[in-house]
Design a protein around this ligand. Structure first.
Ligand code: FES
Length: 163
């Protein structure tokens, strides 16, 4: 299995010009640690040659990068219009009352995630979950592995295309 450094080196090969590689490298770090771990940011700095502060300032523009550690399962609950009208706030209330272990679960409200036809909707570690109900969220908190798929595929998987 490739090290994080090897993955970032592949990113550099894919995006050799300018600072375009930073975003892709940040994705690799978040895939590795679940958030932008300082060690991962340091590696980006070493491989791509940008100061760590600069890399974090780029990350600060993007909501989907976690600057702090999040739970093993991180829930983006949409509370935008379609989801709000379909009951997202009941689900949010349920999460507030029932999420106790922040090592296991963390959550945050987000704007539309493009799943309005399945409102209310959420993304959990990248897995789209639609037609949420309080009952369904209860099941997810009890047995998240039944609902959340491991996200496969990173820039590293494209390495053979850039040799
Ligand atoms: S409004 Fe919730 S997914 Fe679009």
């Amino acid at each position: 299995m490739a090290s994080l450094k090897e993955k970032i080196e592949v990113v550099k090969r894919i995006f050799p010009e300018g600072d375009t590689a930073i975003i892709a490298a940040l994705h690799e770090v978040q895939n590795e640690y679940g958030y932008l771990h300082p060690e991962g940011v340091k590696l980006i700095s070493e491989v791509l040659g940008y100061p760590e502060d600069w890399i974090m300032s780029v990350a600060s523009f993007y909501h989907m990068f976690h600057k702090e550690k999040v739970g093993k399962y991180h829930i983006y609950l949409c509370t935008n219009l379609s989801c709000m009208m379909a009951g997202a706030y009941e689900i949010l209330k349920f999460l507030k009352e029932n999420v106790k272990d922040e090592k296991e679960f963390t959550y945050e409200e987000v704007e539309c995630i493009g799943l309005c036809d399945g409102a209310p909707a959420a993304l959990i570690n990248g897995t789209p979950i639609t037609n949420l109900t309080v009952e369904k969220m209860g099941e997810i908190l009890r047995e998240p592995e039944k609902f959340v798929q491991k996200q496969e595929g990173t820039y590293y998987d494209l390495k053979d295309l850039y040799d």
